[in-house]
Design a protein around this ligand. Structure first.
Ligand SMILES: [Zn+2]
Length: 277
């Protein structure tokens, strides 16, 4: 996919599984299971998508999947059966770990940040040794101070060691981290979740973050029970979705099939059509 001067790829680090009821909030199972069938433990399977954004001078990776540090029990709970694909996918696109210049996580839940680091003997070290890792400051603070409600989603080894390694770059609110790549804090899923927008020569690509994890969450009331601020998610959807339709953004989701698509409004109902390729 080309967005102006940028080459943008999307791929999945692998599949994981979460409780379907939690993913769809107040939506009754009779409705959501038509979109996403549940397994015998009521879990639905989802990809963990990563974006690779390149121009002549920069190699930007957005999200790093669940990574290589989960133990057998965690893998069993989340139904992760295969080893992480991140590094193989990058290799097949011609990218070595030490060529990545920026790593962005939309937020620090383990399914987005697990591949940030790996275990080398006793130490936890950055997977991308020359990259700056860019997170929202509020997300960083909340991840380091998880509470009873949020603790299950954060694993400090995925992000805390980046500070001592000198690879951490915290941002506030809305920033253009590179000419044409914007990060915007959208409170909803967490306080410090950020979306990614890539724009050049009149084209825009929008990467949703988890406030809208897949195409099934386009209808306004379909909001995950995981979201800490569901009414803020609702407000953000009301602002962002009409723009995505109006300005014909290319859209990609964090937990959908790893595809690009476009959102259109068909008689008041939003629909997502995959773009070819
Ligand atoms: Zn997620």
């Amino acid at each position: 996919m080309r967005i102006g001067r940028f080459d943008v790829r999307i791929f999945s680090d692998g599949v994981f599984r979460l409780d379907g009821g939690a993913m769809f909030g107040i939506v009754p199972k009779v409705l959501w299971e038509k979109q996403k069938p549940a397994d015998d433990r009521n879990r639905i399977a989802m990809d963990m998508n990563c974006l690779l954004i390149r121009d002549a001078d920069h190699v930007v990776l957005v999200e790093t999947g669940a990574g290589p540090k989960l133990n057998a029990r965690q893998k069993e709970i989340y139904g992760i059966e295969d080893p992480p694909r991140l590094l193989d996918e990058l290799r097949s696109l011609g990218v070595r770990a030490d060529e990545v210049t920026l790593v962005v996580n939309t937020h620090l839940h383990f399914d987005h940040s697990g591949g940030n680091t790996y275990r080398e003997g006793e130490r936890i070290v950055p997977t991308f040794p020359r990259a700056s890792y860019v997170f929202q400051r509020l997300e960083w603070e909340d991840a380091l101070n998880a509470n009873e409600r949020t603790r299950g989603s954060y694993i400090a080894d995925d992000y805390a060691p980046l500070e001592a390694a000198g690879r951490l770059e915290l941002v506030d609110e809305s920033v253009e981290i590179l000419n044409g790549i914007r990060l915007d804090r959208i409170q909803g899923h967490t306080r410090g979740t950020q979306t990614v927008r890539v724009s050049d020569r009149g084209e825009t690509l929008f990467f949703s973050s988890d406030f809208m994890p897949d195409r099934h969450h386009l209808p306004l009331p379909w909001i995950p029970a995981f979201d800490l601020f569901p009414l803020d998610t609702l407000a953000a959807k009301k602002t962002i979705l009409p723009r995505a339709v109006e300005e014909r953004w290319t859209v990609a989701f964090t937990h959908d099939r790893p595809r690009f698509g476009r959102i259109t409004d068909v008689e008041g109902k939003l629909r997502f059509d995959e773009l070819p390729g």
